[in-house]
Each structure stands twice: as structure tokens, then as C-alpha cells.
Design a protein around this ligand. Structure first.
Ligand code: CP
Ligand code: NVA
Length: 320
């Protein structure tokens, strides 16, 4: 049985299969006759807020012939303390698949193991695999193959979104730069999980760069100097400074991360015509300024739309 719990263990062939079929689902929307989820009920179990992920999965499941049931954790017994292991064993006897958004990665993994139905990670504290597969599709739709491209992530480099980008870069073989203050850079432990690599440091102080050259051709550079990170980049990408669940740290995060903003001055360092991307929701004046956001709104909202097409490809791959 297949699950999509993380990009860490997803093979290059599987990533490429999903990306290719995303193009077909997008092209054929409204005309395709395939109903791979016909007769199936899928549960969407969400402990955190969502606009894009919830709606794109509800629409996508229906377009593939299935029926989605949205379960906010607060409205089911899970929110009153029923353990995930019991929730999984109950729902697994009734539903054909699950899409879960929650805090602990271990909860999604335990659900998949015990429910014994295809399970999708719709965001945990550790990863956001559906988002990053979508983002790669969007980059390729606009710029061609991601191999040879430089993607620069700016902001909280230690959250779920950049973690999934790290696994994707190591597997697909492109260059990912993470520009973040030292407290918000990905750990060596995370990088070592991404695959075998040659790791070394260069520079010092604000110019220090942690390099991770993966055997598959991917490169990850972690650095504090955001202008250096943006230099000749094909894509500048950002995410919120305060992820869901980190609200208590908001004031400190905003203080430390201020400056790690995508704006016109930073964009000047990137390649002419570079894409500006944001997984959304966006906080203007924090991780991106309003002018840059609006100038790149077409890319950003196409990226949001592509969640639907990519997740249909993921669902199709899981049940295929
Ligand atoms: N990008 C994303 O996952 O958006 P939602 O939180 O609205 O689902
Ligand atoms: N890092 C963000 C992503 C939101 C889609 C969060 O976890 O809140």
C-alpha cells in the first residue's frame, strides 16, 4: 500500500511520475473520464487551519469520483483526547483513504500504519510534501526542467516547507539555497537524512555557507547572507515567519527574521525574470512586501491552483 507521508523516502521515479501526471490532470480538467476514486470515501482530518489544502483535496477527490468527508479535529473525539491510534483503527474500517494535517509527523505515520488505508500528509510540523511537489510542478511549467535551476528559500529555513524542499533537491538534483538567520537554518541532522552527501563549510561570519553536495547531483546551501543566496537564482521562494503552532514565539521570530524579506531590492540579485513564489497564506510587510507580491501574483496564484492538479495526481498515484 502506498502513502505520501514525506518526501524523504519518495523516489525520483515516483516524484517524476506524479509531476508528469499533474500536467495531464491540469490539461484535461473537466474533460477527463478517469475516476480512480469511484466508490471511495476519503477522510480529511485537520487539526490545523487550511484554505488551499482543504479545498483542493475536497474538489480533487470529487473530481476523481470519490467522496470527501472533512473532519475538524475539534469536532471529532480526537479533539477530546481519543488517541490517534484508536481514531485510525476506527476510520480504517470505514474509509478508503485519509488526508491528515496535524502537528506531529509521528501521528500521520501511526495513522497510516494502523488505519491501513492510503494516507497523505497534508502538512505536519516536519513536512509539507503536497506543497513542494506542486511548487516543483509550477517551476517546471514556467521554466522547464528543475535540474540546473537555483531555488532560493528566504525566511524560516527550519520549518516544514524548506524541509520538504531539501528532500526534493537531494532526490531530483537541483540547487536549493536556504537564506535564514542561524537560529532558523535546517539542522545537520535533517540534511543527513536527505541522502549521502559531501558536507563542508566555506566563509566566515555572515558569509559562512554550509554546503551539502548530494551524490544524486542535488546541492543545498544554507547561509545567512540573503543577497548572496539570491544571486542569479531562478526562483525566490518564501513562507510565513510564524508557522501554525508557533504563535507563542511570534514576537521573537518577527524580530529575528525581519530583513529576511522578498522585495524589489532582493529581486535585483536574482536572474532577470526570476519567479517569486509563496506557498501562502502571505503576510505582506513581513516575509514579502506588497509590491513584490502583487507584481508576481500570477505565479503565486497559479502555484495555489496547481495544488488541485498535483494532489489529483498524488491521489491517482496512491490508488493506482
Ligand atoms: N499552502 C497551504 O497549505 O495553504 P493552506 O494552509 O491554506 O492549506
Ligand atoms: N510553514 C507554514 C506553512 C503554511 C502552509 C505553517 O506550517 O504554518
Amino acid at each position: 500500500m502506498k502513502h505520501l507521508l514525506s518526501l524523504e523516502k519518495l523516489s525520483r521515479a515516483d516524484m517524476e511520475a506524479v509531476l508528469q501526471s499533474t500536467a495531464v490532470f491540469k490539461h484535461e480538467r473537466g474533460r477527463h473520464t478517469r475516476q480512480p476514486l469511484a466508490g471511495q470515501h476519503w477522510a480529511l482530518i485537520f487539526t490545523k487551519s487550511s484554505t488551499r489544502t482543504r479545498v483542493s483535496f475536497e474538489v480533487g477527490i470529487r473530481e476523481l469520483g470519490g467522496v470527501p468527508t472533512f473532519l475538524s479535529a475539534n469536532e471529532i473525539q480526537l479533539g477530546r483526547g481519543e488517541p490517534i491510534k484508536d481514531t485510525a483503527r476506527v476510520l480504517g474500517r470505514m474509509i478508503h483513504g485519509a488526508v491528515i494535517r496535524t502537528f506531529a509527523q509521528a501521528d500521520v505515520e501511526q495513522f497510516a500504519e494502523l488505519a491501513k488505508v492510503p494516507t497523505i500528509n497534508a502538512l505536519t510540523d516536519d513536512e509539507h510534501p503536497c506543497q513542494i511537489l506542486t511548487d516543483i510542478f509550477t517551476v517546471q511549467e514556467r521554466l522547464g526542467p528543475i535540474q540546473g535551476k537555483v531555488v532560493t528559500f528566504v525566511g524560516d529555513g527550519a520549518c516544514n516547507v524548506p524541509a520538504s524542499w531539501v528532500f526534493a533537491a537531494a532526490t531530483l538534483g537541483f540547487e536549493l539555497r536556504i537564506a535564514a538567520p542561524p537560529q532558523f537554518q535546517p539542522t545537520d541532522a535533517l540534511l543527513s537524512r536527505a541522502g549521502s552527501c559531501h558536507a563542508f563549510d566555506s566563509g566566515a561570519g555572515r558569509d559562512k555557507v554550509r554546503h551539502f553536495n548530494f551524490t544524486g547531483g542535488g546541492k543545498v546551501l544554507c547561509l545567512e547572507n540573503l543577497e548572496a543566496a539570491a544571486k542569479d537564482a531562478d526562483v525566490l521562494y518564501t513562507d510565513v515567519w510564524v508557522s501554525m503552532g508557533k504563535e507563542a514565539e511570534a514576537a521573537e521570530r518577527i524580530k529575528i527574521l525581519s530583513g529576511y524579506q522578498i522585495n524589489a531590492a532582493l529581486l535585483q540579485h536574482a536572474k532577470p525574470g526570476a519567479l517569486v513564489m509563496h506557498c501562502l497564506p502571505a503576510y505582506r510587510g513581513k516575509e514579502i512586501d506588497d509590491e513584490t507580491f502583487e507584481a508576481h501574483a500570477d505565479t503565486i496564484f497559479t502555484q495555489a491552483e496547481n495544488r488541485l492538479h498535483t494532489q489529483k495526481a498524488i491521489l491517482n498515484w496512491l490508488v493506482g
